[in-house]
Design a protein around this ligand. Sequence first.
Ligand SMILES: CC(C)(COP(=O)(O)OP(=O)(O)OC[C@H]1O[C@@H](n2cnc3c(N)ncnc32)[C@H](O)[C@@H]1OP(=O)(O)O)[C@@H](O)C(=O)NCCC(=O)NCCS
Length: 215
Amino acid sequence: MLDYCKDKVVEFLIRAKKATYAGKSNQTDSSRPNSHDFKYSEEDLKYIDTWWRHCTCLLSKKNNIEIKEITQNKEKYMDLLLLGDEQENMVKKYLYRGELFALYDEDLKTVSVITKEDESIYEIKNIATYEKYQGNGYGKSMIKYIIEKYKNKCNILLVGTGDIDKTISFYRNCGFEYSHTVKDFFINNYDHEIFEDGKQLKDMIYLKIEFIKSK
Ligand SMILES: CC(C)(COP(=O)(O)OP(=O)(O)OC[C@H]1O[C@@H](n2cnc3c(N)ncnc32)[C@H](O)[C@@H]1OP(=O)(O)O)[C@@H](O)C(=O)NCCC(=O)NCCS
């Protein structure tokens, strides 16, 4: 009888895995920000799967990361902030009212500024990693930290970016989805034309994470 039950469960598990993440079907709503969730049922058996690719792999990659909130002398970080937003007076518009975070792995690698835009909306206004350290997971670590910190403070976390595929992919890989577009934002708000990857930035593309609150 026991063997029969074991075989039944094993066979069910094989079908369930094929019918969920392996077969890329039966995906359900995320139970946590960034997670991929699947459900599959047969009669009295139910299979639930949840995984978190980007967050788990980066946690194992870096051990000495420390992220600090900076409340004094915020201008000290201007060189790095200008990499994320190249016009100083635009940075100054949100730097003092925003919360500034600095990621250290021995020395400074990444900064980010988050502002409160509404009672339930916060926005990542700036994120930048020194060029020579890009591609090492620091940006994703910073985003993961921000998601954890702000998921209980707001319902929506926004981020705005120029229409640049690799930056948009970076945010999508961190769990953001398209929200809305502000037409000609870069033309109307900056005193010079801004180019990235040889392309002039015009519209601001907003992406968002909506935090599902359990009642
Ligand atoms: C976007 C940015 C903050 C990512 O930081 P990071 O420390 O390189 O991030 P990670 O190492 O965790 O992730 C790198 C990923 O970002 C992507 N990426 C996005 N923009 C990039 C850029 N300008 N340079 C290098 N990689 C970039 C890479 O393709 C890579 O994708 P992969 O993981 O699929 O290989 C960083 O590239 C940067 O400072 N860029 C310049 C400033 C900027 O564009 N800020 C965003 C303004 S909206």
